[in-house]
Structures are given as C-alpha cells and as structure tokens.
Design a protein around this ligand. Structure first.
Ligand code: NAD
Length: 279
C-alpha cells in the first residue's frame, strides 16, 4: 500500500519531518494524507504559529521544534526557499543538532540547491534532491529525484514512497534537473497562463466569464485525461481533432504563424537558465 511501512505484516508509523510549512510542504502533506499511509508528520516553521495550528487542524501534523524533529524523523524534508537553505543546513550541522543526525534521509525540494551543497554541509548523510510541483495537492505531481552518494536502497525506497503518493516520479542525473524544472516544475504555470488567455478570448467572443472559465478548465482536464489514458501521443490526438478544412485548423495556423514552438522553447530555456544561475 502506498505510504505504509510493513514489518512482518504489521503496519508501522513512518516519521517524516518538514522544515518549512509553505505551499509545497502543504501540497505534499495533503497528498500524503490523501494517500492514506500511516505517517507522523512533524513540522517546523519560521513564521507565526497560526500556520502550524492551521495545518495541525486540517492534516493532523505535529508542530515541533527542530530538535524534536531531528530526534524523531526517519526522513527530514527541507521545504524552505532556496535563500533560506544555507541557514537550515548550518543549524542542522551545528553543535546542538548534528549529534542527532545519523541514518536519516535528508530530502531537499529547494530549487537550485545541488546534491554537492547538501552533502558538503551534512557529511556522511544520505541526501536526495527532489523537484515536485504543486499538483502534489491533487496527487498529480511529477517529481524529479536525484540520488545522493550516501543514499542506499532503503533511502531510495523511502523517497519513492513519499513522492509516489503524490504522483509520478522520475529519477534522473542532476545535470537534467533544470530541464525537468522547465517542464514539470514550472510547467503548471504555463498551462494556467494558457487557460487564462483562453478564458479572456472567450469573454471577448461574448461568453460570460464563469462559463468561459468552466469551458477552458474542463477542456484542459479532458485533454489531460485523453493524453494519460488513450495511449496516443499528443501529436496524434491533435491530428485526430483537426480536419483539413475545419475550424480547428484555422486556430492552429494562427499559433504556427506566431511561432508558438519557438516561444515555448524560449520560455523553457529561460526557466532552465534561471535554475542554472541559482546553482
Ligand atoms: P513558501 O515561501 O511558501 O514556504 C517556505 C516556508 O519556509 C515559509 O513558511 C517560511 O516561514 C519557512 N521557513 C523559512 N526559513 C525557515 C527556517 N529556517 N526554518 C523553518 N521554516 C522556515 O515557499 P514554497 O513555495 O513552499 O517553496 C519552498 C521550496 O520548495 C522552495 O525552495 C522551492 O524552490 C521549492 N519548490 C516549490 C515548488 C512550488 O511549486 N511552490 C515546486 C518545487 C519546488
């Protein structure tokens, strides 16, 4: 069963600690709860306690101190902004906490923070770098995973269990992480943007905004399901809905004329470049 550890047929709690309680942490926490596994989820957050109280209320997380989290967790998931990661690593490696670090798995979801940085700060620790996306919240993330040098098969399985419970996973070499970010990490925003544009166009064609939004959104969901379930490539599916003298081809010709392919390539390159600059 996704999310459940079994020893001699007995389900046991898995202890996961989150450092940072922002958007991505909440998406993963929600996904883990939806997946129904047995987890104790401890969370440390820098900002006010109201956030943790809210998460405790909704997802039964346990607000914790960093010391408690290190003490109790099998997996420590760092989910703070990249600029805050060095501070977190310094605290973990500092005199008060480092003695509590031994065989835990450290997972970082921070964009642009490399395995080498994590391993240098926490020598000997098993680390995995992960790049999920916000669709974790509806169990449709695609998470890129990079394995650190000290991560053994058990650590790999733990990381797979966490991120498989919120969607698909893909292990890849770190050199491909920025490419993955340009597709699935930042990709949700591209599809939201396209949907916004379609809604706007619908309104200009005379539809009510809520109707235009429902039509655009449901079309995107339907297309996603077709791509996932039909076994056909996006190109084939597109051809099947585009007859030579029909209405759809008129729209597609506008996209080609505006060099949609080039625009998308440029956007993805800009995203990957930014990821590289952040490393
Ligand atoms: P966010 O700003 O919503 O959340 C970060 C949280 O960390 C805040 O609640 C902040 O108070 C807390 N924090 C900061 N420093 C801390 C510290 N020292 N100890 C404890 N808590 C601390 O950010 P987010 O959107 O959740 O992104 C978090 C990380 O996830 C980033 O590094 C980002 O690159 C990565 N990520 C985000 C997405 C996404 O779609 N949002 C996708 C993939 C990866």
């Amino acid at each position: 069963l996704a999310g459940e550890a079994t020893v001699l047929g007995v389900n046991i709690m898995q202890e996961i600690g989150f450092i940072g309680a922002g958007n991505i942490a909440e998406a993963i926490i929600y996904g883990l709860r939806q997946a129904g596994g047995k987890y104790n989820l401890r969370v440390v957050n820098r900002s006010n306690g109201a956030r943790l109280a809210d998460l405790a209320d909704r997802y039964q997380i346990i607000p914790a101190s960093l010391a408690e989290l290190v003490q109790s967790s099998e997996v420590i998931l760092i989910a703070v902004k990249p600029k805050d990661v060095p501070g977190v690593l310094e605290t973990l490696a500092g005199p008060e906490l480092s003695s509590g670090l031994n065989d835990q798995l450290i997972i970082s979801v921070a964009a642009g923070i490399q395995i080498a940085t994590l391993e240098k700060s926490l020598p000997g620790m098993a680390v995995v770098r992960a790049m999920p996306n916000t669709s974790s919240a509806v169990l449709h993330s695609v998470t890129g995973l990079v394995r650190g040098h000290e991560a053994d098969e058990d650590h790999v399985r733990m990381a797979e269990k966490i991120f498989s419970s919120v969607g698909q996973i893909l292990w890849l070499p770190e050199s491909r992480m920025n490419a993955l970010m340009a597709l699935s990490g930042s990709g949700p925003a591209y599809f939201y943007l396209f949907t916004e544009c379609l809604v706007q166009a619908g309104v200009e064609l005379g539809l009510r905004e809520e109707d235009a939004e429902m039509l655009s959104r449901e079309t995107l969901i339907g297309v996603g399901k077709m791509m996932a379930e039909s076994g056909k490539s996006p190109g084939r599916l597109r051809q099947e809905v585009t007859s030579p003298n029909g209405t759809t081809i008129e729209a597609l010709q506008v996209f080609w004329a505006a060099n949609l392919k080039g625009i998308v390539r440029e956007a993805a390159e800009a995203c990957a470049r930014k990821g590289q600059e952040m490393e």
